[in-house]
Design a protein around this ligand. Sequence first.
Ligand code: FMN
Ligand code: SF4
Length: 461
Amino acid sequence: MAITDAPKIVTSRFRYDDAHTLARYEATGGYQALRKALAMPPAAVVEEVKAASLLGRGGAGFPAGVKWGFCPPGVWPRYLVVNGDESEPGTYKDRMLMERDPHQIIEGVLIASYAVGCSQAFLYVRGEMALAQERIAAALNEAYAAGYVGRNILGSEFSLDIVLHWGAGAYIVGEETALIESLEGERGMPRLKPPYFPAAKGLYLQPTIVNNIETLSNVPWIVANGAEAFSALGAETSKGTRLFAVSGHVANPGVFEVEYGVTTFRDLIYAPVYAGGIRGDRQLKAFIPGGASSPWFFEEHLDLPLEKVTVDRAGSMLGSGAIVVMDETTDAVRACHRVVRFFAAESCGKCTPCREGTTWLERILKRILDGQGRASDLELLLDVADNISPGITWPPKQTTICPLGPSAVSPVASAIRRFRHEFEAHIARNPKASGAVDATGSGAARPAALETPVPFGGHHG
Ligand SMILES: Cc1cc2nc3c(=O)[nH]c(=O)nc-3n(C[C@H](O)[C@H](O)[C@H](O)COP(=O)(O)O)c2cc1C
Ligand code: SF4
């Protein structure tokens, strides 16, 4: 197993009960990176983060240093917005960072703001995260009182105000342009891109950098230890370490910091130091490798490294770093329905394929589960999925403003492709289903379209 002794970068203080306090943060090297950054020209800080190849940890994996360079020159004011809206099922790594080490985030925000040249940052925290809100607010008050935030920070010419904003519980507000709408006091709905790429036209239509909590938590370590030390860790295209939240049918669910691109899914799910294997020694049925939006993986994917490009090529994504494990007792149709129900509930309703399509998918799956399924339902599910995301390809084609709609297609395509017989068995429970298939899935009157393999997924390797 490839379990390395890579240093803990963002969870190094998790072993202390008082890691959220300024006293502990300062006693463990906190705010030294800020001092170092303030002695450098801002452009040099951007270059350092660029050289570290720090990929964004919010889902898309865009390089942070490159993004920081996107603000159009000479356009002011510009803003930094921190995305702490983490709401995808199974994802809870950012919450841990906010609860356990809020000063690390604040230091990351300070350094990023200095590098980008903004004097106002916004930290948006998901509505339900009460402890995270409490800890961040307390830490921010401490940081203001100690002169780390505010005017002329540490005697320099750099000033920054950080505004805390609590969300109201909508998953879609994690999408950066919806988050910006919400910050502006509007209903949280994604904007069209282009022209609303945040770096060009973001908050109040000014240049805005949006970064994830974990992304910014890495920044103090990179500045303190240098880009070279960071990029010495991890694989060719995935540097440093990364947090993964493992949940579902495992013995020891939790958030684990591992060397990026080196550790495998098998390590993370089975090693005693991580999730400790499947509960009750059952067999693995499937796992969601990168949050509810990602196509499911199976036994044959266990030895893939947790590396962005490899996982992309294998037909899924590491996305939000949430691994959800399903054991052999899982009903694939029920699991699929649960995930689709989430997306249907969270669709903001702005685009027809997403609003109507996710609702249809959810209703059809529900009637199949309720024993009211029809023989044509599998074909209908795939047809609706194809209307949301033409061709049901990976990466998905989009008919919608944001990727939420196509996200609902992933569980449907994954489950039908692998566990078609389970859908057929549920449908066969309905005595009125015309041309119903029998429970073995060998039904005579199956529509021709059901024989077509679901065209989902890339090459494995
Ligand atoms: C539906 C949807 C939900 C998202 N939710 C989050 C989220 O909760 N947290 C997050 O950081 N990024 C989320 N993202 C990605 C953000 O739009 C954005 O890419 C990210 O915050 C950029 O930060 P990074 O470059 O540091 O990763 C979401 C995207 C979509 C389409
Ligand atoms: S895809 Fe769905 S969630 Fe995204 S903008 Fe369209 S309707 Fe809203």
